[in-house]
Structures are given as structure tokens and as C-alpha cells.
Design a binder for this molecule. Sequence first.
Ligand code: SF4
Length: 186
Amino acid sequence: MIKAEGQKPGIDELVVLAKEAGFTYAAPLAMESLEFREEVRSMCSADLCKSYGKSWSCPPAVGSIERARERAENYHRGIIVQTAGALADSFDMDGTAAIMQRHRKNFDTLVRQVKHFYPDCLPMGAGTCRMCRSCTYPDRPCRHPDRMVSSMEAYGLLVSDVAIRSGLKYNYGENTMCFTSCVLID
Ligand code: SF4
């Protein structure tokens, strides 16, 4: 699937690559759906994910919404990817963690492959950065500022809106869980 050096895969080929990496769903990213919203930052500060103020990849350390918008506006294409799976019931925390783990593994594989062709691509993950066993925030600088991955939410994106406008679902039904990420290129 991966082309020879010098031949960059287009969006449709990256979608195929994403499915080969293990994602349940993948699609071209609707760039017009990337709206950087202060209200998503308010959701972050409610700290339901227990990551607010605990990582260089998350608010407030990650910087302003304006900075997020400026960074993303350098890119003109992208793909959106999802890992979905069934849960035993709506309290199935182990099942949720297993799907998240699969999603992170799929995303690491995909980002590695996309970077081969697009070294300056911008990955936006699901959840806080897990590059290090323990984040250095706030005592020391980030160990890997070039590899740190912030979540779509940290960029101020409403993930459900981006997924639906890109032709995917956000919720795949009762007793399922789905994690969503994206990679911007060009
Ligand atoms: S790369 Fe390491 S230090 Fe930097 S944000 Fe991620 S976990 Fe924290």
C-alpha cells in the first residue's frame, strides 16, 4: 500500500492506510468542520477526563484557542479516524479502556506512517498525551515537544460535530464506545 519514496499518498490512500492500521472507520476530514470553540475549552476545564492542568498537551498549558486555530490553519487536507467497539454494558470501564488502548495503538501506527510522507503533519488525538509514563508538567519542559499530541478537544473542536460533518457517526449505538482522532496534512 505504501508508495515508494517521493510518491505521496493522497487522502483516499491515507483512508485505506488508516483502515489497514486497524481503525474501524476512516474518512476524509471535512476541513470546514474545524471550528475552534471557546466553549469546548470550558468543557475541558470541567475536568471530566481528569487531565485538565496536568499535561503540556492539555489546557491551559497547550495555549489559547487562537493559537490552536492559527496552527491548524496551516493545513488544508486531512483524515478522521475512529476505533469503535462493543461494551458489556454502559458501566464497562475495562471495555472502554481496551478500546481506547486499541485506538492509541492504531493512531501511533498511522501517525508514524503519515509522517513518513508528510513529516510536518498535525495529529490530533483522543485524550491527553501519553508519550511519557509521567508528564513533566508543570515542573519541567515537555520532553518531546515535537512528538507531543494534543486531543481534538484541546484544539477546541467539537468532536461529534467534526465526525458527523465528515460523514461518520459519533455514537454507534447502545453499549458501544468510539474514540475519534484526526491527522491534518499539507
Ligand atoms: S511528550 Fe511527555 S512531557 Fe510532553 S506532553 Fe506528552 S507526556 Fe507530557
